[in-house]
Design a protein around this ligand. Structure first.
Ligand SMILES: Cc1cc2nc3c(=O)[nH]c(=O)nc-3n(C[C@H](O)[C@H](O)[C@H](O)COP(=O)(O)OP(=O)(O)OC[C@H]3O[C@@H](n4cnc5c(N)ncnc54)[C@H](O)[C@@H]3O)c2cc1C
Length: 511
């Protein structure tokens, strides 16, 4: 049986590996010249930069992919533990570390607000329950039928899924800085903490269960290792190849995928397809006559995640006191979030995430300075698109905040800085509105309400990646490949002979 996978984001790579391990013949088509999608690698002035993800949670999800082929992930890419996980730096000069040890965490919170430290264990307990139900039970469930949603609804109600994470944290914490620390996690997957369901509180428990890691040498090494694994086991890759059409037969089964390579147009026959780009593009490519009513409505009403402005830079001096993952928070929180998710201009006082990989990984040290990236959440292109004129001033603003709050003397030590903004996400990664994280993880776009993992009418076209269930972030998209695997196993009994790797190898024994 022949499968065509579209894209080389982490979700598509995981899908290609899972299908290959099931014995399918797999061809992967990627519009870019290189793999990884949002997790690809940039090369600026002779230096490699991870374009996107830098935080690895749920490392076992990657171990499983190697175990599919009887291999061990650490032999191909090493994960280094981060400690602290994050440092939050507030505008009043205070800071809070999120750390691996719960007792230390309590002490950290206590420095800011002793009463909040008292309630941290209850918050963590609830977060663990969210993780157990929201991730372990429902994360890899396939929400392709409304019945699956009805079955899940009581759990979602019981766990407070219909309230926002920001409101949820108010039940435990009084200090706004502590509330921010435990409700900003949706931002890491493209959601607004003010309206993202409290189910996303599970991220904290997931971090606690599996830790926070950095791939030695950068996330690029993880992507390289996944691509090499796939190639070693016979998956074929076609880069600079944009999929732009689906051919179906009279009973609406996918029979071939059309793609453009250079100036030429080709078609490749297949028995099934997996779409790993942003789902709106997949559904538009399918064409309205092959969409269900739900899919047509979803396409019309879909809300994108916010955009991202990312500046990759080198300094000639070192900043040994700066932690690996530092979040430099603006004085504003609620009004800033409203501006990012609905405003029509760039925020004058953005909050920033600063990535300093050498803090965890000495292998990326340079003789003559340090490499960083800084990221600012911004409105997507549907709300603000005048980047041509605004980029210079925004860049200056971001650099000046960093200089003032984190990297003294930055303007004198800056060697180069290269930026991407939502235009890049639209043009290079084919993401409508240049969204940083595909579609937003709102309640009305979760589980059955999100784009499904299989087309409603074209039953042999599957969807993985950030825009479908369970959602964005590396753990989410790699899990979406598990959903695809389950659906394919169900749809093609007998073809997929080996049992699921999770059933063969006990969790924890993989690495
Ligand atoms: C700056 C940044 C920082 C992030 N940090 C983290 C982090 O620290 N931790 C974390 O877990 N997550 C993080 N994320 C989120 C995470 O990177 C994404 O959720 C995840 O990588 C998306 O994977 P995906 O499978 O959805 O595919 P994507 O990465 O979205 O890739 C889709 C691929 O499909 C290709 N494609 C699309 N359409 C077509 C077509 N028609 N034909 C051929 N190819 C096509 C695109 O070119 C692209 O390569 C970050 C994201 C960004 C942008």
């Amino acid at each position: 049986m022949k499968a065509v996978v579209v894209g080389t984001g982490a979700g598509a790579l995981a899908s290609a590996l899972r299908l290959r391990a099931m014995g399918l013949d797999v061809d992967v088509f990627e519009a870019c010249p290189d793999p990884g999608g949002r997790a690809r690698t940039f090369n600026f002035h002779g230096h490699s930069f991870d374009a996107g993800p830098t935080v690895i949670t749920a490392p076992w999800l990657f171990d499983e992919l190697f175990a599919l082929f009887g291999e061990r992930r650490p032999e191909h890419v090493e994960f280094l533990p981060c400690d602290p996980w994050y440092r939050l730096s507030y505008s009043d000069g205070s800071s809070l570390d999120l750390v691996p040890d719960p007792a230390r965490q309590k002490d950290e919170i206590s420095r800011l607000c002793p009463a909040d430290a008292y309630f941290y264990p209850s918050f963590l307990k609830h977060s663990e329950e969210l993780y157990r139900v929201g991730y372990e039970q429902l994360g890899a469930a396939d929400f392709t039928s409304f019945w699956s949603m009805i079955k899940a609804a009581p759990h979602l109600v019981r766990l407070g899924g219909f309230t926002s994470l920001w409101r949820h944290t108010a039940k435990y914490f009084r200090d706004p800085r502590v509330r921010q620390a435990f409700s900003l996690q949706p931002l890491l997957v493209g959601g607004n903490p003010l309206n993202t369901t409290a189910i996303y509180g599970l991220i904290h428990a997931m971090e606690r269960k599996g830790g926070i890691w950095f791939a030695k040498g950068g996330t690029s090494k993880l992507i390289e290792a996944l691509v090499s694994l796939a190639k070693r086991h016979g998956v074929r890759f076609h880069f600079d190849s944009t999929v732009n059409g689906f051919e179906t037969d009279s009973i609406k089964r996918l029979v071939a995928v059309r793609y453009r390579h250079g100036d030429a147009q080709y078609s490749i026959p297949c028995d099934l397809g997996v779409w790993g780009g942003d789902p709106q593009v997949g559904y538009s490519t399918l064409g309205s006559e092959r969409l269900s009513l739900f899919e047509k409505m979803r396409l019309k009403t879909v809300a994108s995640s916010m955009g991202l402005y990312v500046l990759y830079f080198k300094t000639s001096r070192r900043y040994p006191d700066v932690k690996h993952h530092t979040i430099v928070l603006s004085e504003r929180w609620e009004s800033l979030l409203k501006e990012i998710f609905g405003g029509k201009k760039l925020p004058p006082d953005p909050s920033l995430y600063l990535h300093r990989p050498v803090a965890t990984d000495p292998s990326v040290a340079l003789d003559d300075g340090e490499l960083f990236y800084v990221l600012a959440p911004v409105p997507h292109l549907g709300n603000f698109s005048s980047w041509e004129t605004a980029e210079g001033a925004f860049r200056a603003k971001v650099l000046s905040i960093l200089e003032e709050r984190m990297l003294p003397g930055l303007s004198d030590s800056l060697v180069f800085a290269e930026a991407v903004d939502p235009r890049y996400f639209k043009k290079a990664l084919l993401s409508p509105l240049g969204a940083g994280f595909s579609i937003a993880p709102t309640l009305s776009q979760s589980a059955w309400f999100r784009f499904h993992n299989r087309a409603d009418k074209v039953k042999n076209l599957y969807f993985c990646g950030a825009g479908v269930h369970p959602g964005g972030g590396l753990p989410g998209v790699v899990t979406s490949a598990k959903v695809v695997e389950s659906l394919v196993r169900r749809d093609y009994p007998g073809v997929c002979i080996p049992p699921r790797v999770e059933d063969r190898v006990p969790q924890g024994a993989l690495a």
